[in-house]
Design a protein around this ligand. Structure first.
Ligand SMILES: [Zn+2]
Length: 166
């Protein structure tokens, strides 16, 4: 965790690239040191923060978050098992399994597509899945309560009909 993602300072000032041969030139160079082609004033600017540094810095942060998630999941799992509460255990499973499955499946699919998910995306998807599961659970609970209530009403009506028939 000691490695900051922003640890790489812009160690070199801005450079530009020769539009002929691609050699790296200083911003003020008027001609290429390699092919001697005359350079436009700004040329192709090479940004001071290219893409590789975040890519090499990220795995530490990403692994940290993933390990933190695993540790939290193990602790929660252990707590649920210790509690011996089957309702709690099934609720935990209902929430954890779809979330894990969707995050793992989604990141595998996007990695195969060449655009792997960042940690933020994974956390976002996990939160979204969790939220969806909560909503689905609430809706399912509401529907089942309504269905049970309707069955109960129907049963009572049947009882009254039977009583009335006799
Ligand atoms: Zn050149």
């Amino acid at each position: 965790m000691s490695d900051s993602p922003f640890a790489g300072p812009p160690r070199s000032p801005q450079h530009k690239q020769c539009f002929e041969c691609g050699a790296v030139l200083n911003l003020v160079d008027k001609s290429c040191w390699m092919c001697h082609a005359e350079q436009p004033l700004l040329g192709k600017l090479i940004s001071a923060t290219p893409i590789p540094p975040p890519m090499t810095a990220n795995p530490w942060a990403k692994n940290g978050v993933i390990w933190l998630g695993i540790v939290v999941a193990v602790i929660v799992c252990y707590g649920v098992l210790r509690a011996g509460d089957y309702v709690l255990a099934s609720v935990f499973l209902v929430f954890a399994v779809p979330t894990l499955a969707i995050v793992m499946l989604g990141s595998a699919v996007s990695r195969a597509a060449g655009r792997p998910w960042g940690t933020g995306t994974k956390v976002g998807v996990a939160a979204g899945t969790m939220l969806t599961t909560v909503i689905v659970c609430i809706v399912a609970a509401a529907v089942s309560v309504l269905v049970l209530f309707a069955m109960f009403i129907a049963m009572i009506q049947d009882c009254f009909r039977m009583l009335g028939g006799n």
